[in-house]
Design a protein around this ligand. Structure first.
Ligand code: FES
Length: 571
């Protein structure tokens, strides 16, 4: 005998419980016909405090239309929205809170399936972390990237050009009028940042994971095909419910390998190296950092995307989109992985075509033989660190130089542009206490600014090292996610001005040329910084957050609910 669905358990319960469930649903205008249908939740991260997600209400209407067409009952509900631009001290501090919100709303309500609307950087991994733990049929749907910015015949991209033009302005290379014009012409439409930053990366990886429909990654927010994709997601979630295809059948080790391959082929954001292990941890899949490096060495970079390459998401869409990238990558992928279309990844991309081989290259003609990210180890990062070598100045990928240490973000801000700062282009800039605990929240400050005195000398890149993250739209010889972090007494905490640091990306090495004896003496004197929070969510965060290689999830959130996705009557 088949088990009753979660919604039927709810609506058909005996006695006063069933009566109230039906009567109070009828209060919203729904009748018994509506209540006999699969109940589909539309989890919406719409918010006017999140510009990237501010158009998601219209998209939710299209999802509802699709659900109704397929015979379901759509009910929309809000979840926390994490706006990258607005939230302080960093949206990453709240990713796990958002994941908890999604998980508990999905599990606690009598939903049979859910479409999760996301867009800005953290909203996508947070929602999928929650959905993976709740484990009812799920389709991820993003809001899509912004259209390209245009200024003076040049294509502008958020926020790679925010940084580039700010550096040029600080160097005195452009006028205040030009700087103002860039600001006015940068963001043309709704959507998320349109270079291959974190949002573009994560929303594209949803296709490789098989948890979003083909097209999710690159269809621009302003394109009517995005609305049609939303409608299709509404229809398809009803089919997934009927077939009982849940995230646990889709988010397998093979699916994560597919996502990592796509990450490398796109030259995607370093933030995926935090988010994917967090999602995998919810799905019960072991995903060590070493897997990223193994697959990087055998996955060519084939997408010519900023900040690594030249093009942006709108161009990628016209060139064939993520399905075309996946089709070219197919010989390296697990093509038989199940997806939310109900068929395999290989079937999903079988009709995709590359219309511009300058943007989407073939495996025989890649932009680089290996992927865009490397995992580094050594006595400075015993548990690993990450560099997006594809976005670095090549000559800096093998570099030794004296450390110039900033003890935290406040120290960095106070001194980095001081004309008296004793710094040369050969220095290695080190930022301590920017990790998951020390930041707090592992803020995107790892792309330390080049000191203004060096900018004026024409320096545009230096080796920079921290336990923080950087925006996926950033570029440079930047080593991130050093683990264990400084605030927990990791070796990064022991670095002093003048120590020689050796970076060797081809050898995947990050070394501090200080003897073990000297490091032990420094460790004996080391004092942990005071905790950033003494109460509330912040205190829970500090107590429970894992280090970057484990995805910075809370230790008590990994895995699924052992009770499974069955909805429990509450009376
Ligand atoms: Fe939302 Fe860039 S600010 S993706």
């Amino acid at each position: 005998m088949t088990q009753p669905t979660r919604s039927q358990t709810f609506f058909n319960e005996d006695g006063v419980a069933g009566l109230t469930h039906r009567a109070f649903t009828a209060a919203m205008g729904y009748d018994s016909n509506d209540m006999s249908r699969p109940l589909i939740g539309i989890g919406n991260t719409w918010s006017e405090l999140n510009n990237c997600n501010a158009h998601l209400r219209q998209l939710a209407e299209a999802v509802k239309r699709g659900v109704l067409q397929a015979g379901g009952l759509p009910l929309e509900f809000p979840t926390i929205s994490l706006g990258e631009i607005y939230l302080s001290p960093t949206s990453m501090l709240y990713r796990n809170l958002a994941a908890m919100d999604t998980e508990e709303m999905v599990r606690g309500n009598p939903l049979d399936g859910v479409v999760l609307l996301t867009n800005c950087d953290k909203t996508t991994p947070a929602a999928l972390m929650g959905a993976a733990s709740a484990d009812i049929p799920t389709i991820m749907l993003s809001g899509g990237p912004m259209l390209n910015g245009h200024y003076n015949g040049e294509i502008l991209g958020a926020c790679t050009d925010c940084r580039r033009y700010t550096a040029e302005f600080q160097a005195g290379a452009i006028t205040a009028e030009t700087y103002q014009a860039v600001e006015e012409n940068l963001v043309r439409s709704a959507g998320h940042c349109m270079v291959m930053g974190t949002a573009s990366t994560m929303n594209s990886l949803m296709e490789a994971l098989g948890i979003a429909l083909p097209g999710n990654g690159a269809i621009p927010a302003a394109d009517s095909r995005r609305t049609r994709l939303a409608q299709a997601a509404g229809r398809q979630i009803v089919e997934l419910v009927k077939a009982d295809i849940r995230p646990s059948r889709i988010l397998t080790a093979e699916a994560f390998d597919n996502a990592i391959r796509l990450l490398h082929a796109l030259g995607g954001s370093t933030n995926a190296v935090v988010h994917l292990p967090a999602i995998a941890g919810r799905a019960g899949v072991d995903l060590p950092l070493s897997r990223f490096d193994e697959l990087s060495r055998t996955t060519p970079l084939i997408a010519n995307m900023r900040p690594t390459g030249q093009y942006q998401m709108e161009d990628l869409f016209y060139a064939g989109g993520i399905p075309a990238v996946l089709k070219n990558l197919l010989p390296l992928l697990n093509g038989d992985a199940l997806t939310v279309t109900g068929t395999t990844l290989a079937e999903n991309v079988s009709s995709a075509e590359v219309s511009n081989p300058e943007i989407i290259r073939s495996l025989d003609d890649p932009l680089a033989a290996e992927g865009g990210l490397s995992i580094l180890r050594g006595n400075l990062a015993p548990d690993g660190a990450v560099i997006k070598h594809a976005a670095a100045t090549p000559v800096l990928l093998r570099h030794s130089g004296p450390a110039l240490v900033f003890k935290d973000v406040a120290d960095l801000k106070a001194r980095v542009h001081d004309p008296a700062l004793d710094v040369t282009k050969d220095h290695v800039l080190v930022l301590q206490n920017a990790g998951p605990v020390g930041g707090p929240g592992m803020p995107e400050v790892g792309n330390l600014p080049i000191p203004q005195k060096l900018l004026k000398q024409g320096v545009r890149d230096m080796v920079r090292i921290s336990d923080g993250r950087m925006s996926g739209t950033s570029y440079g010889a930047i080593v991130l996610h050093v683990a264990p972090e400084a605030a927990l007494g990791g070796p990064l905490a022991l670095v002093e001005d003048g120590d020689i640091i050796e970076l060797d990306v081809p050898e995947r090495r990050l070394r501090l040329r200080v003897s073990d004896d000297d490091l032990a003496k420094r460790r004996a004197k080391w004092v942990a910084p005071p905790p950033a929070f003494g109460r509330g969510y912040g205190q829970l965060y500090l107590r429970s957050v894992n280090q970057a290689p484990q995805g910075c999830d809370f230790d008590f959130l990994r895995g699924r609910d052992p009770a499974g996705p069955v909805w429990q009557p509450k009376f």
